[in-house]
Design a protein around this ligand. Structure first.
Ligand SMILES: [Mn+2]
Length: 323
């Protein structure tokens, strides 16, 4: 591990602290929850008072882990050290950012390329897949003890930020860290099933709808599917229940560009666009006032579904031919 980090100062700050308030980013994901709860558990095992103050609601699925008595939603009252994990900048902490503005004994641990120093000491490693991977390295370097509970939290963040070890942020080092964590013998099979291989019944029914409505164009390279507002109502669902459907459509062999059009409310259509190879779908989204990344973009359109499908198909074809 690089010697650019001041571990002496870090350890001194930890050992001098008794009441530690920990923060993470709004809409906390697996890495945010895993990294903040891992450090809280580590500090508690050292005999300190530590709580994680969540800037927005933690989704039910995370209660699979024992987080109930670690997390809080109110403002912290008493603290002599504050720590933020997985936050690229102070605004990501939400309402709690004022705590960092008014108190200087602070530590930030992060892995985003866009990280902006906002704490007294800032540990950032953009080569790490996740805040959890980096936190493992820090704990290891400092000689802090890891137990089964901490290992599970760290594993959660790595698992989620690497998309089940499939995204290109997964390095040989990531897998070495994972190998170390698996030594703690938690039930990784059920853990993986719970966090990576589970969908809601509503989501499954909407997948059925999306596959029924699937249309293929241009020798199967373009796949467009639709979910109407009536379909959503049928399953008592809303647009949040369509998560992940687009990746099923994109995974079909030969499909290069996938589009899912969901009529969120009557006449208002939300489009998700995905690209497997070189076509930049953010250009297509921009044609209709949206935006995003090369491989994942979105936009909103109004009116009759047949017209929308036609217009999107035309915009995609223009880019396919250019290739
Ligand atoms: Mn992260």
């Amino acid at each position: 591990m690089s010697n650019k980090y001041d571990f002496c100062k870090f350890k001194e700050m930890i050992s001098n602290a008794n009441n530690i308030a920990i923060f993470t980013h709004i809409l906390p994901d697996g890495d945010a929850i895993g990294s903040s709860c891992a450090i809280a558990t580590m500090l508690r095992n050292m005999g300190k008072n530590a709580y994680v103050y969540m800037p927005s609601k933690v989704l039910d699925e995370y209660y699979y882990l024992n987080i109930e008595n670690i997390i809080r939603y109110e403002f912290p009252k008493e603290y002599d050290l504050i720590i933020a994990t997985d936050c690229a900048d102070i605004d990501r902490i939400g309402d709690y950012s004022s705590v960092f503005k008014n108190f200087t004994n602070s530590i930030a641990i992060d892995h985003h390329k866009t990280f902006q120093n906002f704490a007294n000491i800032n540990f950032v490693s953009s080569q790490s897949s996740s805040a959890c991977e980096f936190l493992f390295d820090i704990m290891n370097e400092c000689g802090y003890e890891i137990n089964k509970e901490i290992a599970e939290f760290l594993y959660l963040g790595i698992l989620r930020d690497t998309g089940g070890f499939m995204h290109d942020c997964t390095t040989p080092h990531t897998l070495r860290v994972v190998a170390n964590l698996l030594e703690y013998e938690f039930d990784a099979e059920n853990f993986n099933r719970h966090f990576m291989m589970r969908i809601s019944f509503k989501n499954a029914m909407l997948l059925k709808t999306a596959l029924n409505n699937l249309q293929l164009f241009n020798d199967g390279k373009i796949a467009i599917s639709t979910i109407s507002n009536k379909d959503l109502k049928n399953y008592n669902a809303n647009i949040d229940d369509t998560g992940g459907l687009i990746s099923h459509i994109l995974s079909i062999d030969k499909v290069e560009i996938a589009v899912l059009i969901t009529e969120s409310t009557c006449g208002v259509h939300k489009l998700s666009l995905r690209s497997k190879y070189d076509v930049d779908v953010s250009d297509i989204a921009k044609d209709f006032g949206g935006g995003g990344h090369c491989k994942a973009s979105g936009c909103q359109m109004y009116g009759k579904i047949e017209k929308i499908v036609g217009a999107v198909k035309k915009s995609i074809e223009k880019r396919l031919i250019k290739e």
